[in-house]
Ligand binder design. Structure first.
Ligand SMILES: [Zn+2]
Length: 66
């Protein structure tokens, strides 16, 4: 995941897609459904790590809309 500064966040406010993602933990198999957004092809959910302290996931986009 890349990072964006505040200036570019404001500029991209109109161009992101709202998405719903399913996150599947590679370690314990826990699944989470979250809402996030897609900006310039990058998925942003704010999700950092699983309850098992793992931070490697499979992320699947379920819904996409403007
Ligand atoms: Zn986990």
């Amino acid at each position: 995941m890349g990072h964006t500064d505040l200036t570019s966040l404001l500029e991209e406010e109109v161009s992101f897609l709202r998405i719903k993602v399913r996150i599947h933990c590679k370690r314990c198999g826990e699944r989470f459904v979250l809402r996030g957004r897609m900006e310039q092809g990058q998925i942003q959910t704010g999700f950092k790590r699983c309850i098992c302290d793992n931070c490697e996931f499979i992320i699947e986009v379920m819904e996409k809309h403007a």
